[in-house]
Design a protein around this ligand. Sequence first.
Ligand code: ADP
Ligand code: MG
Length: 308
Amino acid sequence: MWYMSVEIQHITKLFGEQKALNDVSFNIGTGEIVGLLGPNGAGKSTLMKIITGYLSPTSGDVIINGTNTQKDPVGIRQKIGYLPENNPLYSEMYIREFLEFIGRIYKMKGKLNSRIDEIVRLTGLISEQNKKINTLSKGYRQRVGLAQALIHNPDVLILDEPTSGLDPNQIRDIRNLISSAGQEKTVILSTHIMQEVEAICDRIIIIDKGQIVADEQAINIQAQSSLENQTVLLEFDPNPGKNDLQKIPGVGAVLQLKENKWLIQSQSKEDIRPNIFQFAVDQKLTVLSLTEQEKSLEDIFQELTQAK
Ligand code: ADP
Ligand code: MG
């Protein structure tokens, strides 16, 4: 069966005294497009470099399709396409020359030329294909970056801030490219823009100061964005299960935050607080805090990631 997965297990990364990543764990299944969302300095690029094997973790493991990346770094690179932050390219090279160079690094022989034709078409580079990289606009440079990440048809795509610095039209084009190229791949992309994950991701993982602060399906996040409904921030003792919270009458989206906090949104405009209290009584839980949120998810995201 066609199967692929990325398992991040207890990844910690120290730079000197600084913990850039602090015990980060999550699993990604086949075909998911996951958005890694967080402010500058959160640890997104560090995590991506560790997944691709360009950086070793201080502790923890990355398992791709069942193989530990540290045990088979060369084999793993064949399975991963990587667009690094700031998309460093050999600017003196011609596009086709560059893609050929990359193809040879992956030891692609024989059909390399026809594969370059294919990838040039797929990334919308036909009109520019005979140009030097340093003559291209930023949007086209980004397409070349995607072309080099896709050339060896990897199972997993790691894209570090793929739309940063582009104008709105270029952003739309690159997002479309990622959505179509990502259809049969597992994709992890990083961004510090909320709308980016809403536009293309199935799932969003919010990272801040090296830790995961939220991990949700994008559909729930969209539900949360609606201000029509009531959103409450809650903390119980002991901590209930997510399934139980979802069974409370009138409850729609349930988002788990760190430190046993929950964001719960109603399905409609009704006040769900009485039902939450009744739930706590029935389950013999103490409600440690309950605050109604009058904010958009964008604001909540900012709150989650602001200085504490
Ligand atoms: P993001 O991509 O989310 O902006 P990074 O992963 O680049 O964050 O950085 C996370 C933290 O680790 C930052 O505080 C950054 O300064 C630090 N850092 C990243 N790379 C290095 C390095 N090579 N040496 C020292 N500190 C680093
Ligand atoms: Mg970064």
